[in-house]
Ligand binder design. Structure first.
Ligand SMILES: Cc1cn([C@H]2C[C@H](O)[C@@H](COP(=O)(O)OP(=O)(O)O[C@H]3O[C@@H](C)C(=O)[C@@H](O)[C@H]3O)O2)c(=O)[nH]c1=O
Length: 167
């Protein structure tokens, strides 16, 4: 029998770190230096965001939906005449890149499993949170928005909401 000094395959089904609240849960599946793979589950109506990390903890995100549907939102808070862009993302959309200068968030149109790879470690001390829920509720007729206490007390950001047409 061959002696193994380490397992040749390690399944990441059991997350080493899990955070749960009334919105659902977050699992940190893998973390090594500045590279993090996470998955979150949200019940229908949850809104997470808008979040952005600032220097020295900039964070590019590569996101996808495993199951369910979301409206995804981004905006550059530094643009004086900026807009909040949104688009629907489903499992068929595939992976989507969110640049580090953008504040990002999503609304769960139904129960969703959201997976994201972060190029840049989590740093709560350098995280900005922007409150846009009222604008989104009015612009897109969203109902039953469930936010964390942190997101409810984010910096209010007032700007137009525009649909992004994929080409
Ligand atoms: C995201 C994250 C959270 N946490 C902890 C902090 C807190 O106790 C708990 C919940 O954190 P949050 O409320 O910030 O989780 P959440 O609202 O899901 O935050 C996420 O929102 C979406 C829109 C993004 O773009 C992500 O980058 C991330 O900011 O999990 C970590 O330890 N590491 C992490 O990477």
């Amino acid at each position: 029998m061959v002696e193994l000094s380490q397992a040749p395959f390690v399944r990441l089904q059991k997350a080493p770190l899990t955070f749960g609240d009334e919105r659902g849960r977050i699992e940190v599946l893998y973390e090594a230096g500045d590279v993090v793979l996470k998955r979150s589950r949200s019940v229908k109506g949850v809104f997470r965001g808008l979040h952005r990390q600032t220097a020295p903890s900039l964070q590019n995100k590569i996101i996808r939906i495993i199951s369910g549907r979301i409206y995804d939102f981004v905006t550059d808070p530094d643009e004086p005449d900026g807009v909040i862009w949104y688009r629907e993302i489903t499992p068929e959309t595939g992976w989507v890149h969110i640049a580090s200068n953008l504040a990002h968030g999503f609304y769960a149109l139904e129960e969703v499993e959201f997976e994201y790879f972060c190029d840049g470690r989590y740093d709560e001390a350098n995280e900005e949170s922007y409150f846009v829920a009222d604008i989104l509720r009015d612009s897109l007729s969203l109902k039953d928005m469930l936010l964390s206490a942190k997101d409810r007390s984010g910096t209010p950001l007032h700007r137009p909401v525009r649909h992004f047409e994929d080409t």
